[in-house]
Design a protein. Structure first.
Length: 138
């Protein structure tokens, strides 16, 4: 259930598309067509670090993160999944799940700050969100 104090950081609202919700987290998709890039945001107020979550929420975050990573790796035939909680620009706890390929334009470096985002078209958003929701049974 969503925490009544929780509010998604404005930068995440600006840069991402809401795909759906798990028990703990909102599932977002980064609006950058260069990489299949998803973000989990625990719906808990004033949380910046994983260790600030309750033990139960930490376990749930781990389960949701692994579920997302496994399904996105399968759906997009990933060579590697990059997963990170950096938070230097957006302090609200959020976990990036980025599908990587040895042929992508940033390989083998991290994708952060490498390229200007290339937004999806409306049609691409519809198709991709449907595909992801179907895979995740949302």
């Amino acid at each position: 259930m969503m925490n009544s104090q929780f509010q998604l950081h404005e930068r995440l609202q600006q840069d991402c598309i809401l795909i759906g919700r798990f028990s703990l987290c909102q599932l977002l998709m980064m609006n950058d067509s260069q990489f299949p890039w998803f973000i989990l945001v625990p719906e808990r107020a004033d949380i910046k670090e994983i260790y600030q979550l309750s033990v139960a929420d930490r376990q749930l975050l781990s389960e949701e993160s692994c579920f997302l990573a496994e399904n996105m790796a399968d759906l997009f035939k990933a060579h590697k999944m990059n997963m990170a909680a950096i938070g230097n620009m957006v302090p609200q706890l959020h976990i990036h799940h980025i599908v990587r390929y040895q042929t992508d334009k940033a390989w083998p470096a991290p994708v952060w700050g490498k390229f200007i985002a290339e937004a999806y078209t409306e049609q691409q958003i519809i198709e991709l969100t449907d595909k992801v929701r179907t895979q995740l049974k949302m």
